[in-house]
Design a protein around this ligand. Structure first.
Ligand SMILES: *Cc1c(COP(=O)(O)O)cnc(C)c1O
Length: 230
């Protein structure tokens, strides 16, 4: 099942790239493996996948210890400062930085471990109250403040779009995140790159690719429905 699902997602990514005049190699699939057992991750790994996404700090740490070291772990969940130690030094990219306070904790832990942490700022483009993330208007100021931290490198932006029936409803959100990243990129802030745009999930990744995503985060579309009742 995982093999067929991966083939299907990749075929659709390629088609979305054509529609959006995107270079296929500029778009990377993150297999969102949260709640799924290591056996399933291993199966995807054996099929060649190396990018995996997790949203719980301890779960990511445990899977990190059990699985091959050439996996890139993407931390995509809300991160509390007291869990930062599980993630720093293990995550290839932290997608969900949404406050100066959290960035300070990441900076401290990164200094302690003598690593550079690569991060994205999570932007709540749709201003959904249920979601984490900063608002569009706050983003530049936060970028400037975090850019001063020597052990953090800002690579771009991330958003979680609303769950909608028709993915077209999210096109504007993806366009807005793209425009915001272009605006910030033009400011040439030291220590800041805006090359990465993490947007699009099972429900809407094709639209996200058309609108400029460089990472899409697909869980259900690869591993099937999640069961939170164990
Ligand atoms: C769970 C999750 C995903 C994957 O969601 P699917 O709809 O299963 O593809 C993507 N991004 C984030 C931040 C998530 O928490």
């Amino acid at each position: 099942m995982i093999k067929e699902n991966l083939e299907d997602v990749k075929r659709r990514m390629t088609e979305a790239c054509k529609r959006g005049s995107r270079v296929r190699d500029d778009v990377t699939l993150i297999c969102v493996s949260k709640t799924k057992p290591v056996e399933m991750i291993k199966e995807a790994y054996d099929l060649g996948e190396r990018e995996f996404g997790e949203n719980k700090a301890q779960e990511m740490k445990e899977k990190y210890e059990l699985l091959p070291k050439d996996i890139h772990w993407h931390f995509i969940g809300h991160l509390q400062t007291n869990k930062v130690r599980y993630v720093v030094g293990r995550a290839y990219l932290i997608h969900s930085v949404d406050s100066l306070h959290l960035a300070e904790a990441i900076e401290q832990e990164s200094r302690k471990k003598e690593v550079i942490s690569h991060i994205l700022l999570e932007v709540n483009v749709a201003k959904e109250e249920s979601k984490f993330g900063i608002h569009t208007e706050e983003t530049v100021e936060l970028v400037k403040k975090i850019a001063a931290f020597p052990h953090i490198r800002i690579e771009g932006l991330m958003t979680i779009a609303p769950f909608v029936g028709n993915p077209e409803e999210n096109r504007q959100i993806f366009q807005k995140l793209y425009e915001l990243s272009v605006d910030i990129g033009r400011k040439n802030i030291d220590n800041v790159s805006m090359g990465v745009l993490s947007m699009g999930m099972t429900n809407d990744y094709e639209v996200a690719v058309e609108e400029g995503a460089t990472y899409i985060r697909v869980g259900t579309g690869i591993f099937g429905e999640r069961d939170y009742n164990h």
